[in-house]
Design a protein around this ligand. Structure first.
Ligand code: FE2
Length: 191
């Protein structure tokens, strides 16, 4: 049972101008697809070939971990975005952010700081851990899925996520995420 590339939850041009179709074509069509292809090559004719993705991810290291985690992280990232997203959080997650960080503004500041200071490639996450919401950052393919924390939303801060649209300006990409893209419905569904 090969791992397949899940469909995007929106059209490839639906996040423009904040994330261009060109970025999606590369990021989803090339990078995400390559993690899927590579993973299938690595697990072919091994005990992982018949396991669900999450099980492979949690029980592996090295290239199998890197590729399975990147497949999972990217699918989670696409669902963390939506057309006409962004703005103030809604529903239960709005209250949980207030309870855990004091305010949306304080949360956004902490998440932005984590996303900017993740040196090199990685991810910023809003997670629920021990009944409290927290911001965490992870390098490369590392993911909260291997920890006790439950991911609510993520932001990919690998250069391939923003270089076509924002060049080296990672902070502008993070602002676009909060102002226009983040999918609070997905965060609520995960809470
Ligand atoms: Fe990525």
């Amino acid at each position: 049972m090969a791992i397949t590339l899940p469909p995007l939850p929106w059209a490839g041009d639906a996040l423009a101008p904040h994330i261009s179709k060109e970025t999606i074509d590369f990021h989803y069509g090339k990078h995400h697809q390559t993690y899927v292809t590579k993973l299938n090559e690595l697990i072919a004719n091994t005990p992982n070939a018949d396991k669900p993705l999450e099980e492979t991810l949690k029980s592996s290291q090295g290239p199998v971990f890197n590729n399975s985690a990147q497949v999972w992280n990217h699918t989670f990232f696409w669902h963390s975005l939506k057309p006409q997203g962004g703005g103030q959080p809604t529903g239960a997650v709005a209250q949980a952010i207030k309870d855990s960080f004091g305010s949306y503004e304080a949360f956004r500041k902490e998440f932005t700081e984590a996303a900017i200071t993740q040196f090199g490639s990685g991810w910023a996450w809003l997670v629920k851990d021990g009944g409290k919401l927290k911001v965490v950052k992870t390098p490369n393919a590392e993911t909260p899925l291997t920890t006790s924390a439950k991911a609510l939303i993520t932001l990919d801060v690998w250069e391939h996520a923003y270089y076509i649209d924002y060049r080296n300006a990672r902070p502008k990409f993070i602002d676009a995420y909060f102002d226009h893209l983040v999918n609070w419905d997905f965060a609520n569904a995960n809470l």
